[in-house]
Design a binder for this molecule. Structure first.
Ligand code: BGC
Length: 348
């Protein structure tokens, strides 16, 4: 195991952004930057031993600051959407920043993703980031301190541990928005990747990508990944839900089967396999539908439609307005705690 830190860049206000690299003995390297507590890159060997970065994003701070679609970033205090940017809690109505279509609050208007977090090397294989959101930011109440600890293990797991506490009652939902492409380059999209996910239901959305409130069975639809299927096989099916989102951009309700990954993704040519484990109730499968090639990413490659897929582990979107969804409300002083693991391996 080896860990190092180097200069990555300066923010417009002069704050320094640093790059943390953790390598294990199997040629796996995890890189992190403290802007957005970002998972900057994950280098892993393919079945021939060739090592590539399996995440889509930017080589420089310039890209992160000017073109981001949340590549690799931590999102909080409420990841995903809140309808009309408002919700009520304890009889009080909160109005949040409406950063999507002047209507919806998406990813809490990027507050945690755009912040420069404090960072410490917590172990020879771990970095811990922390950030405090002042009371009232983006319309949320309460001073909230969040910590995100990334660990790379010798059995090739990236462990992401989130913890957060607020001094007032609030809603919380933290995720990481990393886009994976197991080819190891954005040269080809992820439609040939094979996905398996233990989820019997998903959450349909309306034209603003807000949950309708229904929790729908995946059975017999393009959303059934209980048996492995390529991401691309049904993505252009004549299904209103896929048309509305231009592909997959939906919350899946995880079945959490004992001893099994919640999702497994395989890329047949490289032989790379990614397994995702989480203790949260849902995951947003987002297939990069709004990426359009107009932005240049790592290695000078345009970030094309479906260049990566995200597995954003989460409470269901718009939970603050959906009484039947698992609750994302945390009392003052009550800790939000959650772990998501991405495990990499190869298969012949
Ligand atoms: C959302 C997408 C959005 C993307 C980038 C995802 O979490 O579900 O609709 O385009 O984030 O903001």
């Amino acid at each position: 195991m080896a860990i190092s830190v180097s200069h990555y860049g300066f923010m417009p206000d002069g704050k320094e952004v640093k790059l943390y690299s953790i390598s294990n003995n199997n040629d796996v390297t995890l890189q992190l930057i403290n802007l957005g507590a970002t998972l900057q890159s994950l280098y892993t060997p393919d079945k021939y031993g060739r090592v590539n970065d399996i995440t889509i994003g930017f080589d420089s701070l310039y890209g992160h600051l000017n073109f981001t679609d949340y590549q690799g970033k931590v999102v909080g205090r409420y990841a995903n959407r809140i309808a009309n940017g408002s919700f009520s809690l304890g009889g009080k109505k909160y109005q949040l920043t409406q950063n999507e279509k002047d209507k919806t609050c998406l990813h809490s208007a990027g507050e945690f993703s755009d912040a420069v977090w404090d960072a410490i090397i917590a172990d020879d294989n771990a970095v811990e980031f922390s950030y405090t959101s002042p009371d009232g930011t983006s319309g949320f109440e309460g001073n909230l301190t969040a910590k995100v600890r990334y660990t790379l293990t010798e059995d090739n797991k990236v462990v992401i541990e989130y913890s957060a506490v607020c001094d007032k009652d609030t809603v919380m939902n933290f995720t990481n928005h990393v886009y994976f492409n197991l080819n190891g380059s954005a040269m080809s999209d992820v439609l040939d990747h094979e996905m398996q996910m233990n989820a019997s239901h998903y959450v349909p959305i309306d034209a603003d990508s807000i949950p309708t409130g229904e929790i729908r069975e995946v059975k017999g639809t393009a959303f059934d990944f209980n048996a492995p299927c390529t991401i691309g096989k049904r993505i252009y099916d004549n299904d209103e839900q896929l048309t509305l989102a231009r592909g997959y951009d939906h919350n899946f309700c995880l079945s959490h089967k004992e001893g099994e990954a919640d999702a497994t993704v395989k890329e047949p040519v490289s032989g790379r396999v990614l397994k995702m484990y989480t203790d949260l109730p849902g995951v947003q499968l987002y297939t990069g539908n709004f990426l359009d090639g107009s932005v240049v990413g790592k290695g000078g490659m345009p970030i094309v439609k479906h260049a990566g897929f995200c597995l954003e582990t989460q409470f269901y979107p718009d939970s603050p307005n959906q009484p039947d969804f698992p609750s994302c409300v945390f009392k003052a002083g009550e800790e939000f705690k959650s772990t998501t693991v991405f495990a990499v391996s190869v298969e012949e």
